[in-house]
Design a binder for this molecule. Structure first.
Ligand SMILES: Nc1ncnc2c1ncn2[C@@H]1O[C@H](COP(=O)(O)OP(=O)(O)OP(=O)(O)O)[C@@H](O)[C@H]1O
Ligand SMILES: [Mg+2]
Length: 285
């Protein structure tokens, strides 16, 4: 069995997978200190799983920014670092059960990876610094709040249409392929008097639409319009995934949000180890 670890800027995810890449156990913990998060998460996960399973772990496959602090061995287990782009690409493809796809990892920031041929070709498309960290940072300053669930509830009660300028506001109707109620300028109507709920809705809208537009454009450029795979923790938010998916569909592309989307990189890291075994066997056969 392989223990997949993904230590991101906000959350660390650990999973245990068997040789069929079935997820046996999983755990997610907030990251307080990036330097110690990998070891803390590993320690907590190893204690959580039962002893028999623990004895069957062959290697820890570690990915994500915080994995660089873990070293080559931890708690008696060998650790192998896996490139994050590979982990995102393979994990997204496996969760969505696809042969190719544009994997959009919406976390603290957003990374975009194009994957073809069952994961044999993986290309880093790029990404944007607009992501979950942007929601929290702007909300901290504008609303004095940074608890994600509270912000989400606030946004649900608000109306982004009261802080965003729509296409209809400016041109009086639809334009090209864009309907009248689409956003022309995120937060373009925001004032000191805007209600907190509307501000929260506007922040969620801006971040989600930015990710959605970028994903749709990248999918067109990489010929993957029928297979956008949205992963990361941020799409666990119903508001976020709804807006990202609506935006992508408005541009004529197709998107799925697979179950366990927050574990994509942890799964991909583990899968990449099995893949290395496979190619090694193929070479020695
Ligand atoms: N309950 C929640 N549901 C959905 N999203 C959440 C929730 N709690 C926090 N978030 C958002 O998820 C973001 C983190 O997502 P994720 O864990 O995928 O990123 P990360 O892997 O830590 O970061 P990165 O990959 O960019 O280094 C936070 O910035 C926050 O905005
Ligand atoms: Mg991440």
């Amino acid at each position: 069995m392989i223990l997949g670890l993904d230590v991101g800027a906000s959350f660390a995810k650990a999973i245990l997978v068997d040789e069929n890449l079935k997820i046996i156990e999983k755990q997610i913990l907030p990251v307080e200190d990036l330097k110690t998060a990998a070891l803390r998460t590993l320690n907590s996960f190893i204690r959580k799983i039962d002893e028999e399973l623990r004895g069957r772990i062959g290697v820890v496959a570690a990915s994500g920014g915080g994995s660089r602090f873990i070293g080559e061995e931890a708690f008696g287990l060998p650790v192998k670092r896996i490139d994050e782009i590979t982990a995102i690409g393979l994990g997204g493809l496996l969760l969505a059960n696809r042969d190719e796809g544009l994997v959009v990892s919406a976390g603290t920031g957003t990374a975009i990876v194009a994957v073809y041929n069952g994961g044999r070709t993986i290309k880093h498309v790029g990404g944007t610094g607009v992501g979950g960290g942007t929601v929290l940072g702007l909300s901290r300053r504008l609303l004095g709040l940074s608890i994600f669930e509270d912000l989400e509830n606030m946004a649900l009660k608000g109306d982004a249409g009261r802080v965003d300028l729509t296409v209809g506001d400016i041109v009086g109707g639809p334009i090209g392929i864009i309907p009248a109620d689409a956003t022309a300028s995120n937060l373009g109507k925001l004032t000191c008097k805007s209600k907190a709920e509307d501000v929260a809705a506007g922040i969620f809208n801006m971040v989600s639409q930015t990710i959605g537009v970028l994903a749709a454009m990248a999918a067109k450029a990489y010929d993957l319009e029928n297979s956008i795979i949205l992963v990361g923790m941020l799409p666990k938010s119903k508001i976020v995934s709804k807006i990202i998916c609506e935006t992508i569909k408005m541009f004529g592309a197709e998107v799925v949000v697979p179950g366990d989307c927050e574990y994509a990189s942890a799964l991909g890291a583990a899968a990449s180890i099995y893949r290395q075994f496979d190619s090694l066997h193929a070479q020695t056969r």
